[in-house]
Design a protein around this ligand. Structure first.
Ligand code: FAD
Ligand code: THG
Length: 832
C-alpha cells in the first residue's frame, strides 16, 4: 500500500513533519518540493529561534504542542538533539499578569500538562539573569523548551526519505493543474523543472501559502507579518557557557518580549512594535532573493531588514529585566516573517472547491509535528482521531471573514495583542460593527450592550432593563466574571422565566436543504430520524466516521423536499456541501444530484419569543392556532403574525414555552415592533445573550464547540437520546456500536453554592487535590440560585452528590455533581 500520489509544497517544519507522518502510515508515493535548498530552505523555519511554550487557552493547540515536544525530544541528527528541554518560564511584572499566570496555569492543568507558579526568588534561581526587583512571580512549565527547527526538518526528511519519500530542493511551484470534468480536482503540480502528477496536493508553503492557494482559486486568509528577533553579542555574565542553552526560555509578556540563551548570547523576540504586514505576493522566491543578496542585507526571502528604531523600547526594557545585558550590545537582528490569522489559529483542511487541494498553514514550530500528525491522520483515515481540529479548519470562516480588508485588519490586531490579557467574552473591537440584524435599531434604542458572534452584533444585555433591578437582588460575581457583565443579565433571565422575552436569534446559522433526495441525504448525515411528516422538527447530531460529534443541529421539515436546518457555523455548511458533492456522484441514489444546500442566514432573521406569557402575546396576533394542540412541541408551521409571514418553530434553548419566529430580513423590523407592542402589557422585555446562556445551562442544553466537539461521542456527552440506532445507516453509526459500551468520561453538571464564585470555562476540576477534568461552560443560574459549571470528568466521579473543587485563579471553588437538568426536569414549561 503506497497510497495516492501526494505532493507536499514546502519543506519547512510543517511539510517535513507531514511527509514523515504520512510515510510512517504507509503513504510513500509522496514528493516534497521546495523552492529553496534543504534543510534550511529560507522559509520561516530557517530562522525561528524555536521557543516552544505549550500553554494555550485552546486544548487542541496545547495537545498539538505536547505531541511536538514529545516527538522532537525523541529525534536527533547524528547525535544532535532536535529539542533542548530547558523548561519555559513566563514572568509577571504587574499584578494583572500575575493573576493571568494563574489562569494560564489552570489551562495547563485542564489540558494535562505540568506547570506551577513560582515566586520571584525561584524565578531568579531558575533564570539568574532575571532582575529580582522587576518580577512578582512566574509560571514554570518544565517540559517546554527549544525546538531546533532546521534539525527537526532534517531528521524528519531523513526518516521520510528512508521510507521512499522524494524531496526535491530548488523546485519552485509555478502552478497547479486541475481537471474540471468531475468537479474540480487537482491533477499535477507544475514546477520550474517540470510537472509532477498528483492526486493530493498539500500546501505547507508558510507565508507563501496565499500565493499557492490562489493557483487553484482559493482564498487563504492569512497575513505575513514581520516580527523582530535580535541577538546580543557576548554577554560577559554568560562567558564560558559550553552548552547551547541552559536557562528556561523566558517570556516577559507585559513588555511583549521573549528570550532564549545561545551559548554566551541572548536572543530577544519582540511583538511590541507597529504591525508590519507584507503581502504574500511581495515576498521574494528564493532565487530572486539570492540574486539580490550581494547588494542587500536580506539574505533570505522570509527575512526583512532589521529596523532598529522599532526595537529601541525592547532593548531598554531588556536591560531592565536582564541587567546583565547592559554589558552587551545588540549585534544582529531581523524582521522575520511569519503568518498571522484572524483568530490566531492555524488553517488546516481541504479546499471547499477543489478536491485534493489541502492546506496546513499558519502553523508555529511549536505545533508543527502535531499538525503533521493531524494532517496525516485526516488524509489517510478521512478524519483525525488524535486531535479535535474544529478550531483549525480552514473552512470555518464566514464569507466576510475572507475579505482582504478584514483579514489584514484582524491579523494586524492579533499581532498587537499576541501577549495581551483578553477576557474570554471580549470580541476584537475592529472592524466592528459588521453584521447587524434587522432589529439592530431597536436594540440600540434599548441601549443594548453588544458582543459579537460570527460578525453579528449581538446584545449581551439591555441597559433599558435596569428598572427590573428593583424587583430582584442579583448577586455580583467576582471581578473577572463581572467584566462584560451586568446585573441586568440576571434580571433578564428571571423576567424570561416569569413573563416573556424577545431574543434576537438572527446569528443562529440557517441552512436550507431542498430538492428530491433531500430527506435521504439528511438521513445519511444525521443520527435521528428526520424523515418524518412535514412540520416536524428534530434535534439531531452529525457524526464523523469514528463517532465523534461534528455538530448538533435542528432539522425542520417544511415540505416534502424542503428542510430548514438550525446549525452552529460555517463548518456545518462545509460538511453538508462536501457530502453533497460525494452524494451527487452516488449512482444508487435516484435524483441525488438535485439536492441543493443554501445558507439563508443573511437574508432572514429570527426572534425567540419565550416565557410563560408567550402564548398570550402571540395568539392574538396570529392567523393560525398556536395552542398546545395547534402547534405541538418540536413542530413547525407557517403563519402570519400581524402583517408578517413567519415560519414558527416550537422549541426553546432557554427551556420556556414559545417559538422561534423566522422571517425574511425585510420584514424583520415589523416583526420586532409587532411583538414588542403586544408584549408590553405582559411586562415583556428584550433579553440578551447573557441571560440566554444562563437559562440554557439551567436546562442542561449543550453548546457545540464548547461543551462537546469532535473528540466526544454522543453517549459521553449526554446526547445518546438523539441517536436512533434503528433508523438505518448513517455516518458514524458503525463506530457508535463500539463506543456505546465504553463510556469512560462524562459531560457532567456541577453546581456551586457561593454566588460570587462564577467561573468562566476551561478551569481544571480537582478531586481532593488531584486534577480530574475541566470545565466547558459556566454561568450563574439565577432561577436555581446557584452557579453552574459543566465539566468533563471521569465517569466514576460523575455521580450526583460528589464533592469536587474547581481551580479558579488561586482559589479552589467547592462544587457538587448535580442531577440534570437543574430546571424543569419534567418539561412542564415547554410542553404546557
Ligand atoms: P516555512 O518554514 O516558511 O516553510 C515553507 C516552505 O515553503 C519554505 O521552505 C518555502 O521555500 C516553500 N515554498 C513557498 N513557496 C514555494 C513555491 N512556490 N515553490 C516551492 N516551495 C515553496 N515559532 C515558534 O513556534 N516558536 C518561535 O520561537 C518562533 N519564533 C519565530 C521568530 C521569527 C523571527 C519568525 C520569522 C518566526 C518564528 N516562529 C516561531 C514561527 C515559525 O517560524 C513559523 O510559524 C514556522 O516555521 C512555519 O513553518 P512552515 O513549515 O509552515 O513554513
Ligand atoms: N435553535 C435551532 N437550531 C439550533 C439551535 C437552536 N441548532 C444549533 C443549536 N441551537 C442546537 N442545540 C440545541 C440544543 C438543545 C435543543 C435544541 C437545540 C433542545 N433540546 C431538547 C432537549 O434536549 O430536551 C429537545 C430534544 C428532543 O426533543 O429531541 O431543544 O437553538 N432552531
Amino acid at each position: 500500500m503506497a497510497g495516492p500520489r501526494v505532493v507536499i509544497i514546502g519543506a519547512g517544519v510543517v511539510g517535513a513533519a507531514l511527509a514523515d507522518e504520512l510515510s510512517s502510515r504507509g503513504w510513500t508515493e509522496v514528493t516534497v518540493v521546495d523552492q529553496g535548498p534543504l534543510p534550511a530552505t529560507g522559509g520561516s523555519s530557517s530562522h525561528a529561534p524555536g521557543l516552544v511554550f505549550q500553554t494555550n487557552p485552546s486544548k487542541t493547540m496545547t495537545e498539538l504542542a505536547r505531541y511536538t515536544v514529545e516527538k522532537l525530544c525523541a529525534l536527533d541528527v547524528d547525535g544532535q538533539p532536535c529539542f533542548l528541554q530547558v523548561g519555559g518560564l513566563e514572568v509577571a511584572t504587574t499584578p494583572e499578569r500575575l493573576t493571568e499566570l494563574r489562569r494560564r496555569q489552570g489551562w495547563l492543568t485542564s489540558w494535562g500538562i505540568e506547570g506551577r507558579l513560582v515566586g520571584p526568588e525561584e524565578c531568579v534561581d531558575l533564570h539568574p539573569l532575571v532582575n529580582r526587583e522587576r518580577v512578582l512571580g512566574g509560571l514554570l512549565v518544565p517540559t517546554d523548551g527549544l525546538a531546533k527547527a532546521v534539525l527537526a526538518v532534517e531528521a524528519q526528511i531523513r526518516a521520510a526519505t528512508a521510507r521512499g519519500v522524494r524531496f526535491l530542493a530548488r523546485h519552485e511551484v509555478l502552478d497547479i493543474r486541475t481537471d474540471g470534468e468531475h468537479g474540480e480536482r487537482v491533477t499535477a503540480v507544475v514546477t520550474g523543472q517540470g510537472e509532477i502528477p498528483a492526486d493530493i496536493v498539500v500546501c505547507c508553503a508558510g507565508i507563501w501559502g496565499p500565493k499557492i492557494a490562489r493557483m487553484v482559486g482559493m482564498n487563504l486568509p492569512l497575513t505575513p507579518l514581520a516580527h523582530q528577533l535580535a541577538w546580543t553579542g557576548p554577554v560577559p555574565a554568560l562567558a564560558g557557557q559550553a552548552e547551547e542553552a541552559v536557562r528556561p526560555i523566558l517570556r516577559h509578556q507585559d513588555a511583549d518580549l521573549y528570550y532564549r540563551d545561545r551559548f554566551d548570547r541572548i536572543g530577544i523576540g519582540y511583538y511590541g512594535h507597529r504591525p508590519m504586514p507584507v503581502s504574500a505576493d511581495d515576498i521574494a522566491s528564493v532565487d530572486s532573493a539570492e540574486d539580490s543578496a550581494e547588494d542587500s542585507a536580506e539574505p533570505m526571502p522570509s527575512v526583512l531588514r532589521f529596523t532598529e528604531d522599532d526595537f529601541a523600547d525592547a532593548w531598554t526594557e531588556t536591560q531592565s529585566l536582564l541587567p546583565a545585558t547592559r554589558d552587551a550590545k545588540v549585534e544582529e537582528g531581523i524582521n522575520g516573517l511569519f503568518s498571522f490569522t484572524t483568530d490566531g489559529m492555524p488553517l488546516l483542511g481541504e479546499s471547499p472547491d477543489v478536491k485534493g487541494f489541502w492546506v496546513a498553514e499558519a502553523v508555529w514550530v511549536t505545533h508543527s509535528a502535531g499538525v503533521g500528525r493531524a494532517m496525516a491522520e485526516w488524509l489517510v483515515d478521512g478524519h483525525c482521531s488524535s486531535f479535535d481540529l474544529h478550531e483549525c479548519d480552514v473552512n470555518r470562516f464566514e464569507p466576510h471573514q475572507l475579505a482582504p480588508d478584514y483579514v489584514l485588519a484582524r491579523d494586524c490586531q492579533n499581532f498587537a495583542e499576541v501577549y495581551d490579557i483578553i477576557h474570554p467574552l471580549q470580541p476584537p473591537d475592529a472592524p466592528r460593527p459588521l453584521r447587524t440584524s434587522p432589529f439592530h435599531v431597536r436594540e440600540r434604542e434599548l441601549n443594548a450592550f453588544f458582543l459579537e458572534a460570527s460578525g453579528w452584533e449581538r446584545p449581551q444585555w439591555y441597559s433599558a432593563n435596569e428598572p427590573l433591578l428593583a424587583r430582584w437582588s442579583i448577586p455580583t460575581p467576582n471581578d473577572w466574571a463581572a467584566q462584560l457583565w451586568s446585573p441586568v443579565v440576571g434580571a433578564e433571565a428571571l423576567a424570561t422565566r416569569e413573563s416573556v422575552a424577545m431574543y434576537d436569534m438572527t446569528a443562529l446559522k440557517r441552512l436550507e436543504v431542498a430538492g428530491r433526495g433531500a430527506a435521504a441525504f439528511l438521513q445519511r448525515l444525521t443520527t435521528a430520524n428526520v424523515d418524518k411528516s412535514a412540520g416536524s422538527v428534530t434535534y439531531t447530531l452529525m457524526l464523523d466516521e469514528d463517532g465523534g460529534i461534528r455538530s448538533d443541529i435542528t432539522v425542520a421539515r417544511l415540505g416534502r423536499d424542503l428542510f430548514q436546518v438550525g446549525a452552529n457555523g460555517n463548518l456545518d455548511l462545509d460538511w453538508f456541501t462536501r457530502h453533497l458533492h460525494d452524494w451527487g456522484h452516488r449512482p444508487a441514489v435516484a435524483g441525488g444530484g438535485s439536492v441543493v444546500v443554501r445558507d439563508i442566514t443573511a437574508g432572514t432573521c429570527c426572534i425567540g419569543l419565550w416565557g410563560p406569557k408567550a402564548r398570550e402575546v402571540l395568539q392574538p396576533l396570529a392567523d393560525s392556532d398556536f395552542s398546545n394542540n395547534g402547534l405541538r412541541y418540536f413542530r413547525a408551521k407557517r403563519a402570519h403574525i400581524g402583517a408578517v409571514p413567519v415560519t414558527a418553530m416550537r422549541l426553546s434553548y432557554v427551556g420556556e414555552l414559545g417559538w422561534e419566529l423566522y422571517t425574511t430580513a425585510d420584514m424583520g423590523l415589523k416583526l420586532w415592533d409587532t411583538l414588542w407592542e403586544a408584549a408590553q402589557p405582559y411586562g415583556g422585555i428584550a433579553a440578551g445573550r447573557g441571560a440566554f446562556n444562563s437559562l440554557r445551562l439551567e436546562k442542561g442544553y449543550r453548546s457545540f464547540g464548547t461543551d462537546m466537539t469532535y473528540e466526544h461521542d454522543p453517549y459521553e456527552a449526554g446526547l445518546g437520546f438523539a441517536v436512533k440506532m434503528d433508523k438505518g445507516d448513517f455516518i458514524g453509526r458503525a463506530a457508535l456500536e463500539r463506543r456505546a459500551a465504553d463510556v469512560r468520561r462524562r459531560l457532567t453538571c456541577l453546581t456551586i453554592d457561593d454566588p460570587r464564585a462564577v467561573v468562566m470555562g476551561k478551569e481544571p476540576v480537582y478531586d481532593d487535590g488531584r486534577p480530574v477534568g475541566y470545565v466547558t461552560s459556566a454561568a450563574y443560574g439565577y432561577t436555581i440560585g446557584k452557579g453552574i459549571a459543566y465539566a468533563w470528568l471521569p465517569a466514576e466521579l460523575a455521580t450526583a452528590g460528589r464533592a469536587l473543587q474547581i481551580g479558579y485563579f488561586d482559589q479552589r471553588v467547592p462544587a457538587v455533581v448535580a442531577e440534570e437538568p437543574l430546571f424543569d426536569p419534567t418539561m412542564s414549561r415547554l410542553r404546557g
